[in-house]
Design a protein around this ligand. Structure first.
Ligand code: SF4
Length: 214
């Protein structure tokens, strides 16, 4: 049982996206990552300062509001395991809704499993799909959907998804929308694509180019 008053630093969320994992998903980016992968596509989410303070209860209301439109949630960052207490609570409450949980982490699975921190272990127990490992910009992955670099691994921690599922064989998805903060891009854009869109909107800074964490 988790305390719904647990607070965390939210960078942003997208209620329904097809660019961050199988099917339609609620995607949540935490604010703050202790790692510094060269070429990280979410540099604005690295600092632990900033973001907006939310409670687990508040974000669960947002997830519940779209629960009939999505098959799961995806937690990204920033680094979800640096926010393990809240992330574990969100993941647990999401599983209770019958939705799946996918997490992108810059840490590798073995490292996470060896950590004595109970909140990290609780989060691991709630994950259906874990994408692990830091983003290595000199090893870009052009074949696996949603995956940033070749070193990153896909771990199916439950039987809910399989490597054979068709969704993994589709090309990468890039979504562009006009939100309250201006142009918002998520998915895993190639750098030339990002540069193209930045060039199109030179008057307003691009507020968020949110790809896969880790
Ligand atoms: S790629 Fe992911 S793990 Fe690496 S610095 Fe960026 S947010 Fe952190």
């Amino acid at each position: 049982v988790f305390d719904s008053d647990i607070s965390f630093s939210l960078a942003q969320f997208v209620p329904c996206t097809e660019a961050e994992g199988p099917g339609k998903r609620f995607a949540l980016w935490f604010q703050g990552c202790p790692l510094r992968c060269s070429g990280c596509c979410n540099p604005e989410f690295l600092k632990f300062e900033g973001g907006e303070s939310w409670t687990v209860d508040r974000i669960m209301q947002e997830i519940a509001a779209v629960s009939d439109q999505i098959e799961g949630i995806t937690l990204l960052g920033g680094e979800p395991f640096a926010h393990a207490k809240a992330a574990a609570a969100i993941a647990s409450e999401t599983q209770k809704l019958g939705l799946s949980v996918m997490v992108f982490s810059g840490f590798i699975r073995e490292e996470l499993e060896s950590r004595p921190n109970p909140e990290i272990q609780q989060l691991l127990q709630q994950i259906d799909i874990l994408i692990d490992g830091p983003y290595l910009k000199d090893q870009p992955d052009t074949t696996r959907r949603w995956i940033g670099s070749q070193n990153q691994r896909i771990h199916f921690l439950t039987s809910r998804y399989r490597a054979e599922d068709e969704c993994w064989k589709q090309p990468n998805t890039l979504e562009i929308r006009f939100g309250p903060n201006g142009l918002e891009v998520n998915g895993f854009p190639s750098l030339p694509t990002v540069d193209f869109w930045k060039g199109k909107f030179t008057r307003k800074p691009l507020p968020a180019v949110s790809g896969a964490s880790g």
